[in-house]
Design a protein around this ligand. Structure first.
Ligand SMILES: NC(=O)C1=CN([C@@H]2O[C@H](COP(=O)(O)OP(=O)(O)OC[C@H]3O[C@@H](n4cnc5c(N)ncnc54)[C@H](O)[C@@H]3O)[C@@H](O)[C@H]2O)C=CC1
Ligand SMILES: O=C(O)[C@@H]1CCC=N1
Length: 273
Protein backbone atom coordinates (compact mmCIF):
# COMPACT_ATOMS: atom_id res chain seq x y z
CA UNK A 1 0.00 0.00 0.00
CA UNK A 2 1.36 3.42 -0.88
CA UNK A 3 2.10 5.88 1.92
CA UNK A 4 -0.49 8.24 0.45
CA UNK A 5 -3.24 5.62 0.46
CA UNK A 6 -2.85 5.41 4.24
CA UNK A 7 -3.51 9.14 4.66
CA UNK A 8 -7.02 9.80 5.93
CA UNK A 9 -7.44 13.54 5.45
CA UNK A 10 -5.89 16.18 3.21
CA UNK A 11 -6.80 19.85 3.32
CA UNK A 12 -5.84 21.91 0.28
CA UNK A 13 -5.71 25.62 1.13
CA UNK A 14 -5.93 27.59 -2.13
CA UNK A 15 -7.28 25.97 -5.26
CA UNK A 16 -6.23 28.22 -8.13
CA UNK A 17 -3.77 27.42 -10.93
CA UNK A 18 -1.45 25.22 -8.90
CA UNK A 19 -3.81 23.96 -6.21
CA UNK A 20 -6.36 23.08 -8.91
CA UNK A 21 -3.73 21.16 -10.90
CA UNK A 22 -2.76 19.22 -7.77
CA UNK A 23 -6.36 18.41 -6.91
CA UNK A 24 -7.15 17.15 -10.43
CA UNK A 25 -3.95 15.07 -10.46
CA UNK A 26 -4.70 13.43 -7.10
CA UNK A 27 -8.24 12.54 -8.11
CA UNK A 28 -7.10 11.22 -11.49
CA UNK A 29 -4.65 8.95 -9.64
CA UNK A 30 -7.51 7.49 -7.60
CA UNK A 31 -7.25 9.40 -4.34
CA UNK A 32 -10.67 9.10 -2.67
CA UNK A 33 -12.53 12.45 -2.95
CA UNK A 34 -13.95 12.10 0.56
CA UNK A 35 -10.44 12.40 1.99
CA UNK A 36 -10.11 15.86 0.46
CA UNK A 37 -11.19 19.24 1.76
CA UNK A 38 -10.59 22.31 -0.37
CA UNK A 39 -10.49 25.65 1.41
CA UNK A 40 -10.75 28.62 -0.92
CA UNK A 41 -12.92 31.75 -0.50
CA UNK A 42 -13.51 31.77 -4.27
CA UNK A 43 -15.32 28.41 -3.85
CA UNK A 44 -14.09 27.00 -7.17
CA UNK A 45 -16.22 24.33 -8.80
CA UNK A 46 -14.96 20.97 -7.52
CA UNK A 47 -15.40 17.35 -8.53
CA UNK A 48 -18.18 15.46 -6.73
CA UNK A 49 -17.35 14.18 -3.26
CA UNK A 50 -14.68 16.77 -2.41
CA UNK A 51 -15.62 18.92 0.59
CA UNK A 52 -15.54 22.60 -0.26
CA UNK A 53 -15.18 25.36 2.35
CA UNK A 54 -14.70 29.09 1.96
CA UNK A 55 -12.58 29.26 5.13
CA UNK A 56 -10.82 26.93 7.51
CA UNK A 57 -13.35 25.00 9.60
CA UNK A 58 -13.99 26.04 13.20
CA UNK A 59 -12.80 23.79 16.00
CA UNK A 60 -12.08 20.83 13.78
CA UNK A 61 -8.94 18.75 14.35
CA UNK A 62 -6.23 19.59 11.84
CA UNK A 63 -5.78 17.21 8.89
CA UNK A 64 -3.09 14.57 8.49
CA UNK A 65 -1.76 16.55 5.52
CA UNK A 66 -2.18 20.29 5.02
CA UNK A 67 -1.25 21.52 1.54
CA UNK A 68 -0.71 25.25 1.14
CA UNK A 69 -1.23 26.72 -2.33
CA UNK A 70 -2.17 30.36 -1.73
CA UNK A 71 -0.14 33.36 -2.85
CA UNK A 72 2.82 33.89 -0.48
CA UNK A 73 1.46 37.31 0.46
CA UNK A 74 -1.65 35.62 1.92
CA UNK A 75 0.23 33.30 4.25
CA UNK A 76 -0.36 35.61 7.22
CA UNK A 77 -4.16 35.44 6.76
CA UNK A 78 -4.09 31.64 6.55
CA UNK A 79 -1.88 31.31 9.63
CA UNK A 80 -4.09 33.66 11.66
CA UNK A 81 -7.17 31.65 10.64
CA UNK A 82 -5.46 28.34 11.37
CA UNK A 83 -4.44 29.44 14.87
CA UNK A 84 -7.92 30.80 15.60
CA UNK A 85 -9.90 27.89 14.27
CA UNK A 86 -8.07 24.63 14.13
CA UNK A 87 -7.77 22.23 17.02
CA UNK A 88 -4.49 20.53 16.20
CA UNK A 89 -1.33 20.74 14.14
CA UNK A 90 -1.17 18.81 10.85
CA UNK A 91 1.01 15.71 10.64
CA UNK A 92 2.59 16.99 7.43
CA UNK A 93 2.63 20.46 5.94
CA UNK A 94 3.37 20.63 2.22
CA UNK A 95 3.83 24.14 0.86
CA UNK A 96 4.22 25.26 -2.75
CA UNK A 97 4.56 28.93 -1.78
CA UNK A 98 7.38 30.72 -3.58
CA UNK A 99 9.94 32.19 -1.23
CA UNK A 100 8.42 31.10 2.10
CA UNK A 101 11.04 29.17 4.05
CA UNK A 102 10.34 26.02 6.04
CA UNK A 103 11.49 27.70 9.27
CA UNK A 104 8.65 30.21 8.91
CA UNK A 105 6.15 27.46 8.01
CA UNK A 106 7.25 25.32 10.95
CA UNK A 107 6.84 28.19 13.38
CA UNK A 108 3.44 29.09 11.91
CA UNK A 109 1.80 25.64 11.78
CA UNK A 110 3.84 23.55 14.21
CA UNK A 111 3.36 20.59 11.85
CA UNK A 112 4.81 17.13 12.53
CA UNK A 113 6.99 17.70 9.47
CA UNK A 114 7.30 20.36 6.79
CA UNK A 115 8.09 19.81 3.12
CA UNK A 116 8.65 22.65 0.68
CA UNK A 117 7.77 22.02 -2.93
CA UNK A 118 8.33 24.01 -6.09
CA UNK A 119 6.18 22.59 -8.90
CA UNK A 120 5.55 24.21 -12.27
CA UNK A 121 2.56 24.82 -14.49
CA UNK A 122 2.90 21.84 -16.88
CA UNK A 123 1.68 19.99 -13.77
CA UNK A 124 -1.75 20.75 -15.23
CA UNK A 125 -1.14 17.98 -17.78
CA UNK A 126 1.02 15.73 -15.60
CA UNK A 127 4.19 17.02 -17.27
CA UNK A 128 5.52 19.25 -14.52
CA UNK A 129 8.71 18.96 -12.54
CA UNK A 130 8.63 19.48 -8.77
CA UNK A 131 11.57 20.06 -6.48
CA UNK A 132 11.11 18.97 -2.86
CA UNK A 133 13.10 19.78 0.26
CA UNK A 134 12.64 18.94 3.93
CA UNK A 135 14.81 19.03 7.01
CA UNK A 136 12.51 17.17 9.36
CA UNK A 137 10.32 14.73 7.41
CA UNK A 138 10.88 11.02 8.07
CA UNK A 139 10.83 8.48 5.24
CA UNK A 140 7.07 7.94 5.49
CA UNK A 141 6.26 11.65 5.24
CA UNK A 142 8.79 12.18 2.48
CA UNK A 143 7.05 9.36 0.66
CA UNK A 144 3.63 10.98 1.11
CA UNK A 145 4.92 14.33 -0.17
CA UNK A 146 6.60 12.65 -3.12
CA UNK A 147 3.47 10.68 -4.03
CA UNK A 148 1.36 13.84 -3.83
CA UNK A 149 3.67 15.64 -6.25
CA UNK A 150 4.55 12.71 -8.53
CA UNK A 151 1.06 12.78 -10.04
CA UNK A 152 2.07 16.15 -11.48
CA UNK A 153 5.17 14.89 -13.28
CA UNK A 154 8.72 14.17 -12.20
CA UNK A 155 10.11 14.88 -8.73
CA UNK A 156 13.59 15.93 -7.60
CA UNK A 157 14.76 16.20 -3.97
CA UNK A 158 17.36 18.71 -2.90
CA UNK A 159 19.09 18.86 0.49
CA UNK A 160 19.92 22.57 0.60
CA UNK A 161 16.87 24.79 0.94
CA UNK A 162 18.95 27.85 -0.02
CA UNK A 163 18.85 26.53 -3.60
CA UNK A 164 15.09 27.08 -3.70
CA UNK A 165 15.55 30.63 -5.04
CA UNK A 166 17.44 29.23 -8.04
CA UNK A 167 14.98 26.36 -8.48
CA UNK A 168 12.05 28.77 -8.41
CA UNK A 169 13.76 31.03 -10.95
CA UNK A 170 14.51 28.11 -13.28
CA UNK A 171 11.78 25.49 -13.21
CA UNK A 172 9.07 27.23 -11.16
CA UNK A 173 8.98 30.37 -13.30
CA UNK A 174 10.53 28.73 -16.37
CA UNK A 175 7.28 27.86 -18.16
CA UNK A 176 6.49 31.59 -18.20
CA UNK A 177 9.71 32.30 -20.11
CA UNK A 178 9.08 29.42 -22.52
CA UNK A 179 5.56 30.70 -23.25
CA UNK A 180 7.03 34.14 -23.92
CA UNK A 181 9.62 32.56 -26.24
CA UNK A 182 6.84 30.78 -28.15
CA UNK A 183 4.99 34.07 -28.48
CA UNK A 184 8.13 35.84 -29.69
CA UNK A 185 8.81 33.11 -32.27
CA UNK A 186 5.25 33.41 -33.57
CA UNK A 187 5.46 37.23 -33.68
CA UNK A 188 8.72 37.04 -35.61
CA UNK A 189 7.21 34.52 -38.06
CA UNK A 190 4.27 36.87 -38.60
CA UNK A 191 6.66 39.74 -39.21
CA UNK A 192 8.21 37.62 -41.98
CA UNK A 193 4.79 37.26 -43.62
CA UNK A 194 3.27 34.10 -42.15
CA UNK A 195 -0.46 34.08 -41.36
CA UNK A 196 -1.06 34.59 -37.61
CA UNK A 197 -2.55 31.20 -36.77
CA UNK A 198 -0.03 29.25 -38.81
CA UNK A 199 2.84 31.14 -37.12
CA UNK A 200 1.39 30.30 -33.67
CA UNK A 201 0.97 26.61 -34.50
CA UNK A 202 4.48 26.36 -35.94
CA UNK A 203 5.98 28.06 -32.88
CA UNK A 204 4.16 25.83 -30.35
CA UNK A 205 4.88 22.59 -32.21
CA UNK A 206 8.53 23.53 -32.74
CA UNK A 207 9.10 24.17 -29.03
CA UNK A 208 7.06 21.12 -27.98
CA UNK A 209 8.82 18.74 -30.41
CA UNK A 210 12.26 20.12 -29.57
CA UNK A 211 11.65 19.75 -25.82
CA UNK A 212 10.47 16.16 -26.30
CA UNK A 213 13.54 15.40 -28.42
CA UNK A 214 15.90 16.99 -25.88
CA UNK A 215 14.25 14.91 -23.17
CA UNK A 216 14.43 11.62 -25.13
CA UNK A 217 17.90 12.11 -26.63
CA UNK A 218 21.28 11.09 -25.21
CA UNK A 219 22.76 14.16 -26.88
CA UNK A 220 23.09 17.52 -25.14
CA UNK A 221 21.06 20.54 -26.27
CA UNK A 222 24.29 21.97 -27.74
CA UNK A 223 24.83 18.81 -29.82
CA UNK A 224 21.20 18.80 -30.94
CA UNK A 225 21.51 22.45 -32.02
CA UNK A 226 24.49 21.44 -34.15
CA UNK A 227 22.35 18.74 -35.76
CA UNK A 228 19.90 21.41 -36.92
CA UNK A 229 22.59 23.81 -38.11
CA UNK A 230 24.01 22.76 -41.47
CA UNK A 231 27.38 24.43 -42.15
CA UNK A 232 26.76 27.56 -44.18
CA UNK A 233 22.99 27.12 -43.69
CA UNK A 234 20.12 29.11 -42.25
CA UNK A 235 20.18 27.90 -38.62
CA UNK A 236 23.86 28.83 -38.13
CA UNK A 237 23.01 32.39 -39.14
CA UNK A 238 20.17 32.45 -36.62
CA UNK A 239 22.30 30.85 -33.87
CA UNK A 240 25.09 33.37 -34.50
CA UNK A 241 22.63 36.11 -33.57
CA UNK A 242 21.39 34.24 -30.48
CA UNK A 243 24.97 33.49 -29.39
CA UNK A 244 26.21 37.10 -29.77
CA UNK A 245 27.47 38.94 -26.67
CA UNK A 246 24.09 40.65 -26.34
CA UNK A 247 22.18 37.48 -27.28
CA UNK A 248 20.15 34.92 -25.39
CA UNK A 249 22.64 33.80 -22.70
CA UNK A 250 23.03 37.11 -20.85
CA UNK A 251 19.32 37.73 -21.28
CA UNK A 252 18.34 34.39 -19.74
CA UNK A 253 20.91 34.79 -16.99
CA UNK A 254 19.48 38.20 -16.11
CA UNK A 255 15.97 36.76 -16.32
CA UNK A 256 16.72 34.02 -13.78
CA UNK A 257 18.65 36.46 -11.58
CA UNK A 258 15.63 38.78 -11.49
CA UNK A 259 13.29 35.92 -10.54
CA UNK A 260 15.70 34.57 -7.88
CA UNK A 261 16.02 38.07 -6.43
CA UNK A 262 12.24 38.29 -6.18
CA UNK A 263 12.14 34.90 -4.47
CA UNK A 264 14.61 36.20 -1.88
CA UNK A 265 12.46 39.32 -1.42
CA UNK A 266 9.37 37.16 -0.82
CA UNK A 267 11.36 35.16 1.74
CA UNK A 268 12.42 38.35 3.53
CA UNK A 269 8.83 39.63 3.54
CA UNK A 270 7.56 36.34 4.99
CA UNK A 271 10.22 36.49 7.73
CA UNK A 272 9.11 39.99 8.70
CA UNK A 273 5.34 39.39 8.66
N1 LIG B 1 1.27 29.23 -10.90
C1 LIG B 1 2.43 28.58 -10.96
O1 LIG B 1 2.94 28.23 -12.03
C2 LIG B 1 3.15 28.23 -9.69
C3 LIG B 1 2.71 28.69 -8.47
N2 LIG B 1 3.39 28.36 -7.33
C4 LIG B 1 2.92 28.84 -6.04
O2 LIG B 1 1.59 28.41 -5.88
C5 LIG B 1 0.88 29.33 -5.06
C6 LIG B 1 -0.45 29.62 -5.72
O3 LIG B 1 -0.22 30.19 -6.99
P1 LIG B 1 -1.35 30.12 -8.12
O4 LIG B 1 -2.07 28.83 -8.01
O5 LIG B 1 -0.70 30.51 -9.36
O6 LIG B 1 -2.30 31.29 -7.59
P2 LIG B 1 -3.85 31.48 -7.87
O7 LIG B 1 -4.15 32.92 -7.61
O8 LIG B 1 -4.23 30.86 -9.17
O9 LIG B 1 -4.52 30.60 -6.70
C7 LIG B 1 -4.55 30.99 -5.37
C8 LIG B 1 -5.89 30.57 -4.80
O10 LIG B 1 -5.89 30.89 -3.41
C9 LIG B 1 -7.20 31.30 -3.07
N3 LIG B 1 -7.17 32.03 -1.80
C10 LIG B 1 -7.03 33.37 -1.59
N4 LIG B 1 -7.07 33.62 -0.26
C11 LIG B 1 -7.24 32.44 0.38
C12 LIG B 1 -7.36 32.04 1.73
N5 LIG B 1 -7.30 32.93 2.72
N6 LIG B 1 -7.53 30.72 2.01
C13 LIG B 1 -7.59 29.81 1.03
N7 LIG B 1 -7.47 30.12 -0.30
C14 LIG B 1 -7.30 31.42 -0.61
C15 LIG B 1 -7.66 32.12 -4.26
O11 LIG B 1 -9.09 32.24 -4.30
C16 LIG B 1 -7.10 31.28 -5.41
O12 LIG B 1 -8.04 30.34 -5.90
C17 LIG B 1 1.78 30.55 -4.89
O13 LIG B 1 2.29 30.58 -3.59
C18 LIG B 1 2.89 30.34 -5.90
O14 LIG B 1 4.12 30.83 -5.43
C19 LIG B 1 4.49 27.54 -7.35
C20 LIG B 1 4.95 27.07 -8.53
C21 LIG B 1 4.35 27.39 -9.79
O1 LIG C 1 5.53 33.64 -10.16
C1 LIG C 1 5.49 33.12 -9.05
O2 LIG C 1 5.76 33.78 -8.03
C2 LIG C 1 5.16 31.65 -8.93
C3 LIG C 1 6.33 30.88 -8.38
C4 LIG C 1 6.90 30.14 -9.54
C5 LIG C 1 5.88 30.29 -10.57
N1 LIG C 1 4.93 31.08 -10.20
Amino acid sequence: MSALARVGSIWLVGCGNMGGAMLRGWLAQGLAPDKLTVIDPALPELPAGVRSLNALPDGEAGPEVLVLAVKPQLLGDVVAQFRRKSGSAPGLLLSVLAGVESGILKQAFNAGATVRAMPNLPAQIGKGVTVLCSEDADMDRRQIAEELMRVLGTVEWIADEALFHAVTALSGSGPGYVFRFIEAMADAGRALGLPEELASRLAVETVSGSALLASASDESPAELADRVASPGGTTREGLNRLDAADGIRPLIRQTLEAAARRSAELAAAARQS
